[in-house]
Design a protein around this ligand. Structure first.
Ligand code: NAD
Length: 257
């Protein structure tokens, strides 16, 4: 991945930060995007401290805002002159509620971030990759993009949409040297999942976490580093022929349903 220019959205924590660390360790140049400015700067400093030679730019953007997305694409082009990879990772879970009772404002916010944010990223990055005749895109779906998840209708709807848009990008732009894939993580221990366990069992989130892990074929939650290594493969040169797939990384859990 030496000198590849990679954009990571939602880079301030969780899966985005772990992937940024992995890409940096493999020699990539990074544009880190997040709407949490303070956490974003902290994340970038953490990587710089570990790997002082790495070139990193940060850009504060809400991926659901089209102008912000144009902004991170323009910054990447002006600073590095090309875009080799887009890790379209920023996303939110929303609140947990049955379909008929779901708060409509939260529903629309989940759609704006998880669906439109991923779409805008591809919309504005793909033309740059087409000029280069090269690009790798990894969109973040979820096992909720493969099956239903009780009380998470907009999350499931938007993650299925991510998988669908991935297939379309793959068949429309493969001819331009652009490979587009999605990943479908199961429960990976990040701040987002820690928050979900709090909602499931406010009195004892650790118990909710233990119970959840027991359902998994390998009896454990995943770690952000596991996901980072899969994404590093898909977003780098090592991937020459995987295109349009949604790859589960869940300890095998989705096979239970
Ligand atoms: P997280 O909440 O720990 O981190 C998400 C990051 O994205 C945060 O830094 C947040 O500030 C940023 N972000 C959120 N909305 C944004 C927006 N509109 N614009 C810019 N930045 C934004 O979450 P995570 O667990 O690391 O999840 C990352 C992605 O992985 C999400 O798309 C999530 O749906 C998906 N995912 C996570 C899991 C899991 O188990 N952790 C499982 C399946 C899918």
């Amino acid at each position: 991945m030496n000198n590849k220019v990679i954009i990571v959205t939602g880079a301030a924590m969780g899966l985005g930060l772990a992937a940024a660390q992995e890409f940096a360790a493999r020699g990539a140049k990074l544009v880190l995007v997040d709407y949490n400015k303070e956490a974003l700067e902290k994340a970038a400093d953490e990587i710089r401290k570990e790997l002082p030679a790495v070139e990193i730019a940060t850009y504060v953007a809400d991926v659901s805002n089209e102008e912000d997305v144009k902004g991170y694409v323009a910054l990447t082009e002006s600073k590095f002159g090309r875009i080799d990879g887009l890790y379209n990772n920023a996303g939110i879970e929303g609140r947990q509620a049955p379909l008929t009772e779901y708060d409509l404002d939260v529903f629309k916010k989940v759609v704006d971030i998880n669906l439109m944010g991923v779409y805008y990223g591809m919309r504005y990055v793909i033309p740059v990759m087409q000029k280069q005749k090269y690009g790798r895109i990894v969109n973040v779906a979820s096992v909720g993009g493969i099956r239903g998840v009780v009380n998470q209708t907009p999350y499931v709807a938007t993650k299925h949409a991510v998988s669908g848009m991935t297939k379309n990008a793959a068949i429309e732009y493969g001819k331009d040297g652009i490979l587009t894939n999605a990943i479908a993580p199961g429960a990976i221990l990040t701040p987002m999942v820690a928050e979900a366990f709090k909602q499931v069992n406010p009195g004892n989130p650790a118990e909710a976490e233990r119970e959840y892990a027991q359902r998994n074929p390998i009896r454990a939650l995943g770690q952000p580093e596991h996901v980072a290594k899969l994404v590093a493969f898909l977003i780098g040169d090592e991937n020459g022929y995987v295109n349009g797939q949604t790859i589960a990384i869940d300890g095998g859990e989705s096979n239970l349903y």
